[in-house]
Design a binder for this molecule. Structure first.
Ligand SMILES: C[S@@+](CC[C@H](N)C(=O)[O-])C[C@H]1O[C@@H](n2cnc3c(N)ncnc32)[C@H](O)[C@@H]1O
Length: 280
């Protein structure tokens, strides 16, 4: 088998510089995700499984098929294989405190709307739903709806199922855990299933943030946390502008605590690190 100069040998499949460049270009075109050179080994590990499953002899043949009109189904698998889905219940708890003490305390709408954009396997959306249902239960006439979207179809399937291993909720106080989940048996495994009253507040949908968004009424807050850090700055700027279009005036945008977007756009004021308020 010919080996391009600078190719690297991984088992019996070569992953050349040019293969990696093509993967980067395709992923960026499909998702806005900008891979770095440091991701190369991980990319190889994840994609070589697809090659083996489909019986492709090398990356060139696989990548040609992905670019082909017939490649639509595999493009979904390719994207699923390369996204990073790490998440957790009440991850970055400071945002949930802010939501309870400021956003929910100030909101005047009767029907509150939230968007978990890049929801992964659903933990963020269900955390929002639990918090909102706790607050609304305290005698208010208001109701709430949460839209939760992600590009990764497998992650959305997990989110819709709403069943989690007990190990995935470490340290959650017992009372909170009991309000959020009911124990279920799956084969000989005990799982935690999101209670129907919480589940019904959330609508999951597979959606690419780079594509058109369905028409929807404005949101009180958008959570897009630990998603935009994978995008290049032009994609991020466009997205911030589109988020502003979808927020009520004075609505809030939450990004991941480690994501610092200095001067995110002229449309947001920084309230505190990783919390932005729409100004126009
Ligand atoms: C690291 S997870 C963050 C999950 C959650 N927001 C949190 O902070 O715990 C990033 C998610 O962004 C999703 N994602 C990446 N690019 C996307 C795009 N273009 N459109 C929609 N979702 C995207 C990935 O599939 C992944 O599930």
């Amino acid at each position: 088998m010919p080996v391009a100069s600078h190719s690297r040998l991984h088992g019996s499949v070569y992953f050349s510089d040019s293969d990696f460049r093509r993967v980067r270009e395709l992923l960026h075109r499909l998702t806005g995700i900008a891979l770095h050179a440091t991701h190369r080994e991980r990319v190889y590990q994840r994609l070589v499984r697809r090659l083996r499953a489909l019986d492709f002899p090398d990356f060139d043949a696989y990548l040609r098929m992905l670019d082909d009109a017939q490649g639509q189904r595999e493009r979904t698998r390719f994207v699923n294989a390369l996204t990073t889905n790490f998440t957790g219940f009440f991850r970055e708890p400071v945002h949930f405190d802010f939501l309870r003490d400021t956003v929910l305390a100030q909101a005047t709408q009767r029907r509150l709307r939230f968007w978990s954009a890049g929801c992964s396997t659903g933990e963020e959306a269900y955390s929002l739903a639990l918090l909102v249902s706790d607050v609304l239960r305290e005698g208010s006439q208001r109701s709430a709806a949460i839209l939760a979207t992600d590009l990764d179809s497998r992650a959305i399937a997990v989110a819709r199922r709403g069943e989690y291993a007990p190990e995935s909720v470490p340290g959650m106080p017992a009372a909170q855990r009991a309000r959020l989940f009911t124990p279920v048996q799956s084969g000989n495994r005990g799982l935690l299933k999101v209670r129907p009253g919480i589940r019904k507040l959330v609508r999951f949908r597979q959606m690419n943030l780079l594509h058109d968004w369905p028409a929807a009424s404005a949101f009180d807050a958008i959570f897009c946390r630990n998603v935009m850090l994978y995008f290049d700055s032009a994609t991020r700027r466009r997205l911030l502008d589109r988020f502003a279009d979808r927020l009520h005036d004075g609505g809030y945008l939450f990004t991941g605590c480690a994501e610092a977007f200095c001067g995110p756009s002229q449309r947001f004021a920084i309230v505190e690190k990783s919390v932005y308020r729409k100004i126009r």
